[in-house]
Structure formats: structure tokens, C-alpha cells
Design a protein around this ligand. Structure first.
Ligand code: FAD
Length: 291
């Protein structure tokens, strides 16, 4: 199923994100975790491409398994910046042949080595270059892109970020998923600005349940997200107790999601990080709301 169908149904729903194993030996445990999440029947599941140290060659295998065994629509991520045309075009072909219908087209993060390299030799500089290649391949994918309520760390300002975002959408994105954020007002403010700029595709807010204190610093560094005082107090108070921190982090994420639904958002994407217990708990917390 194409995700545009999911978003057009206007039903309140949750989707979950998983990432491929970091090593070959971890494959079985990751597969089991993704299957446990699939059994919750989310509106869809996304499978990252190498993000967080995951091995990108398993993205397709995990996405195919979730779709064929559990009937859950999948969104396979694909990054381009450190790749060649040959590899990217063969990945697009592989996805097409595997019956994947939804692709998240991403640039990928710049490693220090890439940053130091000669950019004129890069095949892909931005996600929009990948979107052009996906479109040119003739594959009929529903394409998603990433967006940043608190602006992308490399952008000069929000105006510039939104200008490039509009170009990305016009190139062929049917929806956008946001970077994590911990203050919903940032999302509402962003939505206002992008709608004003003529970006009208569905926006899927990405919510990261922070379930242990170690995750906090890494998540903030990765995303550059603002940490509201309410969230800081929670980490200060419960960060040293793993079980209390988990409960508090799930409650905070649940609260954010309820507020998003109450304010007109229909699908929320949860960065569930291969944690079926966290995904299940959030879904249970919302059972009557999701209906
Ligand atoms: P782009 O859209 O290319 O934007 C990157 C920067 O370039 C922005 O500052 C933008 O304003 C600017 N820009 C865009 N177009 C142009 C242009 N034409 N000219 C000049 N400047 C331009 N990483 C992974 O490795 N694997 C994953 O699976 C993964 N999944 C993600 C999912 C989501 C929802 C999000 C939010 C991020 C994900 N990432 C993933 C991280 C992502 O790769 C990084 O955030 C990366 O730094 C930017 O990717 P992008 O696709 O947004 O890039």
C-alpha cells in the first residue's frame, strides 16, 4: 500500500521506525524485534538505511519481511551522499523488484571524511538529486522526505531551509517526516511557516521516546533539538533510575502525541528504535484515542 493512501484516510494512527542490525550476528535479534513491532499493526513501519550505525544492506530484507509476513506497509529509507550513481540506481532497481512501494529519499549525514573531501566529485549533494533519480527510474514509488522544525543544522536560517524544502517537495515528495522535537509549539510554528510557503503535503511528526538518560545527549547532539525545561526536569529527577526514566520518557512521548492528535495531526511516527516494549506501551496508552 502506498502511504499516500494511509495519510488520505485521515484516521488517527501511529507508525514506528526500526533500524537494520549493526552487525551480521545481530540480524536475528533485530529481525525478531521488528516482527514484534509489526505484530502491533501500526499504520506503517519505516526501516532506516544505515542510520545509527545500522547496516544498510539489510534495510530491504527487513522491509520485505515486515510487509510480506505481517501485511504492514513499509517505508524503506535510502541515502545518497556517500554513494555512487551506480550503487544508488541499483538500489532503486532492487526496491522496485522487491515490490517496495514507499521510499524515504534522504541525503544522509556528512561524516568528517566526507566534509573534508572535494565536493565537486560527489554524485549526490542533496536529497533532491536522489529524488530526481528515483523519478527518472520510472518506478512508481510514493516518495517521502525529511524536514526540520528546528531547521537543519547546516542551514543558514529557516527561510533558506524552507526554500530548499519546497524545491524538494516540488521534485516529487508526497509527504515529509520531521526530525524529532520535544516541544510541540516548534512543530506548530513550523507548520504555519511551511503552509505559508506553499508546502501542502502531509507532515508526519517524528516523536522520539527518550527511555534512558544516556540517550538524551546523543539524541540532542544528532538532532540539535531544543530540550524544554519540563523535559530537563524529568531527566534530572529520573535519569538515574532506568525503570523510572523509561516510564517517564514513555509518558512524555505519549503526552506529545495526544497533543498532536488534539491539534489536527492524524499520523504520528514514533522513533521506536527496535524496542517492541516501548512501541507497545505507547500504543496501549493511546488505545481509546486510536479507536
Ligand atoms: P537535504 O534535503 O539534502 O538537506 C540537507 C541540507 O541541505 C539542509 O540544510 C537543506 O536546507 C540544504 N539543501 C537542500 N537542498 C539544497 C540545495 N538544492 N542547495 C543547497 N542546499 C540545499 N540518515 C541516514 O543515514 N539514514 C536514514 O535512514 C535516515 N533517516 C532519517 C529520517 C528522518 C525523518 C530524518 C529527519 C533524518 C534521517 N536521517 C537519516 C538523517 C539525514 O540523513 C540527515 O539529517 C541529513 O543531514 C540531511 O538529510 P536530508 O535528506 O534532509 O538532506
Amino acid at each position: 500500500m502506498k502511504l499516500s493512501e494511509v495519510f488520505n484516510s485521515h484516521k488517527l494512527s501511529l507508525s514506528f521506525e526500526v533500524f537494520p542490525p549493526k552487525t551480521d550476528t545481530a540480524f536475528d535479534s533485530v529481525k525478531t524485534a521488528t516482527e514484534e513491532i509489526a505484530k502491533l499493526h501500526p499504520s506503517f513501519m519505516s526501516v532506516t538505511y544505515g542510520a545509527g550505525g545500522g547496516t544498510s544492506r539489510y534495510t530491504l530484507e527487513i522491509a520485505k519481511n515486515i510487509k510480506s509476513t505481517y501485511g504492514v506497509p513499509t517505508l524503506a529509507h535510502l541515502t545518497c551522499v556517500s554513494s555512487t550513481k551506480e550503487i544508488v540506481l541499483s538500489k532503486i532497481e532492487e526496491m522496485k523488484n522487491a515490490g517496495i512501494q514507499n521510499v524515504m529519499a534522504l541525503r544522509g549525514d556528512l561524516t568528517p571524511e566526507l566534509e573534508a573531501s572535494d565536493r565537486t566529485t560527489w554524485c549526490y549533494r542533496h536529497a533532491i538529486d536522489l529524488i530526481h533519480d528515483i523519478k527518472a527510474s520510472g518506478a512508481d514509488f510514493c516518495i517521502g522526505g525529511a524536514c526540520y522544525p528546528e531547521i537543519h543544522p547546516e542551514s543558514r536560517d529557516q527561510k533558506e531551509d524552507i526554500k530548499y524544502l519546497k524545491e524538494k517537495v516540488d521534485a516529487g515528495c508526497s509527504f515529509l517526516t520531521t526530525q524529532m522535537f520535544f516541544d510541540n509549539n516548534l512543530l506548530y510554528n513550523f507548520l504555519y511557516k511551511i503552509r505559508e510557503a506553499g508546502i501542502l503535503v502531509p507532515i508526519i511528526p517524528g516523536i522520539m521516546p527518550i527511555t534512558n538518560a544516556n540517550q538524551v545527549e546523543r539524541a540532542m547532539k544528532l538532532s540539535g533539538s531544543f530540550m524544554p525545561q519540563r523535559f530537563k526536569s524529568l531527566v534530572d529527577k529520573f535519569g538515574t533510575s532506568p525503570s523510572a526514566m523509561k516510564q517517564a520518557g514513555i509518558a512524555y512521548a505519549t503526552d506529545q502525541i495526544i497533543d498532536l492528535f488534539a491539534n489536527g495531526i492524524t499520523n504520528v511516527h514514533v522513533y521506536s528504535m527496535n524496542k517492541p516494549d516501548v512501541a507497545e506501551k505507547i500504543q496501549q496508552n493511546l488505545s481509546d484515542i486510536l479507536g
